[in-house]
Design a protein around this ligand. Structure first.
Ligand code: CS2
Length: 509
């Protein structure tokens, strides 16, 4: 999120390589000289999450002695990350916040920070540098220019149309990756491995399909090369990382005695599961806590559905009821009970066995993480991009449950809550804006259908980027969504939730 970055901080008292020595002893700092690091990774999408996850694992790698894995970060949307971090030589403070205290650490793995809107050529240049062996991505679901329902490239996406113009300097993810791979191939350089770190189901496989299709529209031989020679391992990434607030910045400045324009705050928990399919080498991330596996699928399904699926549920219920953080929403007994039902009745039954993991213990641990009162993770933040998030988190498991003859009763309620959310006003009458690639279309549907549940639901079901024909063919599920939406609109979310909870577990599952 770049909107959480202020314009500038006072340079003379700013965190940087030159001021590292002035840090107080209770703030950990890089156990190596950041100036002596060589780049090995180009990362697209410089937000809070990558700085609490990939950069931290990689900081540990650098500290362990492999100094050729520095990260060149480039943001595709905004120059704000570069303006915040370049004057700090890429350094920033990680605040690991549990229910009791904060632990502060300055991270040194960001070697350089670029901005595609300012200079797309510089990013392409780093991607074609022979030292770059991996390109990592956290560009959010919408960054892939996909049709969320099918996971295919959205060929009508304005960024794709622009990048396919002859001679265009690409700015989209498929455009940049394709162009960089083509340039490397033309000068006889081995391709990098593309490591997708976003919450898509089968994130690497999906991105591989999207990039291959983009290349096909440019040059079929390049598409064949990408299909055959470039690896996109799947990953599961996890660390709850809310957007940085001004209070966080002030607390960090007070603790450091130096300004940090863009610290990042996160929970202690972190998990990273990666398929071990790299063609040009990789850091030994397994030595610093990551898990390297042959197949990420079970881990990814568990996390996307059990964590992200319930996050989205709390986001829509929380916003409508007026609870603005996850801890606040999960602290509400009715919502907590609903989430427990969503896990046990609808989501957990779709999760295959996950090596080394007890799924019940996993959901208990999620509940503990949600309760962390010091992580102020805003429900409205999580509610963003629902059109992209609903399919992998809730609609795919719903369809699986229904095909297996099971229930998707609680998921239907969340879909209804999302439909109600599209009206841009909560149950108390407070207005909010929706942030979503389909925001204009969704808001228009909301305005046109108003509080008529059947019309609103049918108009939203017709958005084919979200709902697949297979799910729409499930008449009972559709009818349940309409019924829940009607209930929410007429009685309010809290009453409708109580009614949903009064319905016991499904007879057969
Ligand atoms: C959240 C995720 O904003 C959201 O949609 O569900 O960012 C979530 O916090 C992370 O995936 C946790 O790893």
């Amino acid at each position: 999120m770049s909107s959480d970055i202020p314009p500038s901080a006072h340079p003379s008292r700013r965190l940087s390589r030159a001021t590292l020595g002035a840090l107080p002893s209770n703030v950990a700092r890089p156990a190596y000289d950041p100036a002596g690091v060589a780049p090995g990774i180009v990362h697209l999408g410089v937000g809070a999450f990558m700085r609490a996850h990939l950069s931290v694992y990689t900081d540990d790698i650098l500290a362990a002695g492999a100094r050729d894995w520095g990260i060149v970060g480039s943001d595709l949307m905004s120059a704000a990350p570069r303006h915040a971090l370049a004057p700090q030589d890429g350094l920033y403070t990680l605040v690991v916040r549990d229910a009791v205290a904060d632990r502060l650490r300055v991270v040194g793995s960001l070697h350089e920070v670029l901005a595609v809107p300012e200079d797309p050529a510089a990013t392409l240049d780093r991607m074609t540098d022979p030292r770059t062996r991996i390109v990592t991505l956290t560009v959010t679901e919408k960054g892939y220019c996909q049709d969320a329902a099918t996971g295919a490239l959205d060929e009508a996406h304005p960024a794709i149309v622009a990048d396919l113009q002859a001679g265009a300097l690409p700015r989209s993810v498929p455009g940049l990756l394709t162009e960089a791979i083509a340039r490397r191939r033309n000068c006889g350089l081995a391709p990098f491995t593309v490591l997708v770190c976003d919450n898509l189901s089968q994130n690497g496989t999906k991105a591989h399909g999207i990039v291959t299709r983009f290349a096909e529209l440019r040059d079929p031989s390049l598409a064949r090369y990408i299909a055959d020679a470039v690896r996109f391992p799947n990953t599961m990434v996890d660390r709850i990382t809310p957007a940085t607030r001004d209070e966080d910045r002030q607390a960090v400045a007070a603790a450091l005695g130096l300004e940090d324009a863009w610290p990042v705050v996160c929970e202690p928990f972190r998990q990273w599961v990666i398929e071990d399919r790299f063609t040009a080498g990789r850091p030994r991330w397994e030595d610093v806590g990551a898990t390297l596996v042959d197949d990420v699928m079970p881990f990814e399904i568990m996390k996307l559905r059990c964590l992200n699926g319930t996050h989205s549920a709390m986001a829509y219920l929380g916003v409508l009821i007026g609870l603005d953080t996850v801890a606040g929403a999960f602290g509400d007994p009715a919502i907590a009970q609903f989430i427990a039902r969503l896990w046990t009745e609808d989501l957990v039954p779709t999760v295959p066995p996950v090596p080394g993991t007890d799924i019940v213990r996993y959901t208990e641990q999620l509940a503990e993480r949600y309760r962390n009162p010091n992580i102020r993770h805003r429900t409205l933040q999580i509610a963003s991009d629902g059109s992209q998030k609903l399919p992998p988190r809730l609609l795919e498991p719903a369809l699986e449950r229904l095909h297996a003859g099971g229930s998707a009763r609680r998921i239907a309620f969340v879909v209804a809550a999302w439909m109600r959310f599209v009206l841009c006003v909560d149950d108390q009458g407070a207005a909010y804006e929706i942030s979503d690639p389909l925001a204009t279309r969704l808001a228009r549907i909301g305005r046109e259908c108003g509080r008529n549940a059947t019309q609103l639901a049918e108009a939203l079901f017709a958005v084919s980027d979200i709902f697949t024909p297979a799910l729409l063919a499930q008449a009972a599920f559709r009818a349940q969504v309409v019924k829940d939406l009607d209930h929410i609109l007429t009685e309010g979310t809290r009453q409708a939730l109580a009614a949903c909870l009064a319905e016991g577990p499904p007879a057969k599952s």
